[in-house]
Design a protein. Structure first.
Length: 430
């Protein structure tokens, strides 16, 4: 029954592992090893030739990591996944798996500051151009596309703008051209299912909601298995032409007997192997522990955030609340179309601008002032002077950051205690 379950509450506890075959341990063991004994010379040859799947070296795969990958794959309804060292590594490798020097991708402007810097500065230094377009008009992705466009990229619930991305509209455009939509679903695990709306790849910072406890850094790339990489072979040369980095393999052909996993297999055996952004067995274990309570925590995060949004909307010193449940028009339609709840993030702007924001942050007592989101604890930060401080003023505005913007990641504490801390901090800031 559990193997066939489509319910996330069951999947997070049972997918990919029942008991350790050697000891019978129910908890997933931490396989703290670098290497694995091969049965014989022929077994080793088959593994390295991709004729057989199995463990070779922990930089590429690890049994603890494999359980984590299987569980996230099952939750998302995908075909396969790859755990990596961080969310930033997941975003970078997801793109570099498809795009080479001289190619381009098209990205939504509504991004986390670290991703914006990766796209605006680091990827271009490697020869990969990133073209930013406003997702308010999905057709902007079509207009920016040319023969060297390899992928579209966006965040489901953009941090900190919090306008839900038009997933199906852009995914449909991409599929016309053979261009996959890569969705960063970090802020909306479980409450948004991008694959159901046409996205080809999901990426996550496991550090956030999936880990949930602020203990470990990690990332994940999930392959939907539903994108036809062969439909436009000239559009996706990395998967459709001989790859000199792996014995001249043509990926869509080399792994066909294993299923529709050409994209994720290249990401693992070329990108992860060569660039080395591997997660650790202990971090994978921590993420498995977090995953087991994710459905319960997401429910409470969303409930508490909705109550905080209502409270802030009625506060005299708050000029604006940024939260999907407080939006209207097309923004609200997208939120209701693509999400089953509105998430645990919200932002607001204070009458007093930057100085009031600073006083508010410094006056919080229960909330933590940290750069993370998705923790079980409630968190707060002023993006203009921290997470988005490397951006120009124009770039900050494009991502939704103003001088007076404060971002909150609402935790799972009792709602009365959350609001009490906000209330005293707002009083101090006013």
């Amino acid at each position: 029954m559990t193997a066939d379950s489509k319910n996330p509450e069951t999947i997070v506890l049972h997918a990919g592992h029942r008991a350790d075959p050697t000891t019978g341990a129910v908890a997933v063991p931490i396989y703290q090893t670098t290497s694995y004994q091969f049965d014989n010379a022929e077994h080793a040859r088959k593994l390295f030739a991709l004729e057989e799947l199995g463990n070779i070296y922990t930089r590429i795969m690890n049994p603890t990591q494999s359980v984590l990958e299987e569980r996230v794959t099952a939750i998302d309804g995908g075909a396969a996944a790859l755990a990596v060292s961080s969310g930033q590594a997941a975003s970078a490798l997801a793109i570099q798996n498809l795009a080479s020097s001289g190619d381009n991708i098209i990205s939504s402007t509504d991004l986390y500051g670290g991703t914006w810097n990766l796209f605006a500065n680091t990827l271009p230094s490697m020869g990969i151009e990133v073209r930013f377009v406003d997702p308010e008009d999905p057709e902007a992705f079509r207009r920016a596309t040319d023969d060297r466009t390899r992928a579209y990229y966006a965040e489901t619930l953009p941090n900190p703008k919090l306008h839900v991305f038009p997933i199906k509209e852009v995914a449909d455009i991409g599929r016309e051209y053979g261009i996959p939509l890569i969705m960063d679903n970090t802020a909306a695990p479980l409450i948004c299912r991008p694959f159901q709306h046409g996205a080809a790849i999901n990426v996550y910072s496991l550090t956030k909601y999936i880990g949930g406890h602020g203990t470990s850094i990690g990332g994940m790339i999930v392959d939907s298995g539903s994108f036809d990489w062969e439909a436009h072979p000239e559009r996706q040369p990395n998967l459709n032409t001989p790859d000199p980095s792996y014995h001249g393999a043509v990926w869509v052909e080399a792994v066909k007997p294993m299923g529709p996993i050409a994209y994720i297999m290249r990401a693992r055996t070329v990108m992860l192997r060569d660039l080395g952004a591997a997660t650790t067995p202990s971090n994978a274990f921590n993420f498995i522990q977090g995953l087991e309570t994710l459905p319960l925590r997401m429910e409470r995060h969303c409930q508490n955030a909705a109550a905080v949004a209502d409270y802030l909307a009625g506060h005299a010193d708050v000029t604006k609340v940024i939260y999907p449940g407080q939006q209207d028009g097309e923004a609200r339609r997208r939120a209701d179309t693509y999400m089953s709840a509105y998430g645990g993030l919200l932002g607001f702007e204070l009458k007093g601008g930057r100085e009031a924001g600073r006083k508010f942050i410094d006056s919080l007592e229960m909330f933590y002032h940290v750069a993370n989101i998705g923790d079980a604890r409630s968190l707060a930060i002023h993006p203009a002077t921290t997470t988005h401080s490397q951006l120009t003023p124009e770039e900050q505005l494009a991502t939704g950051v103003t001088d007076g913007y404060v971002r909150l990641s609402i935790g799972i504490e009792h709602i009365d205690d959350i609001i009490a801390d906000l209330d005293q901090a707002l009083a101090a800031a006013g």
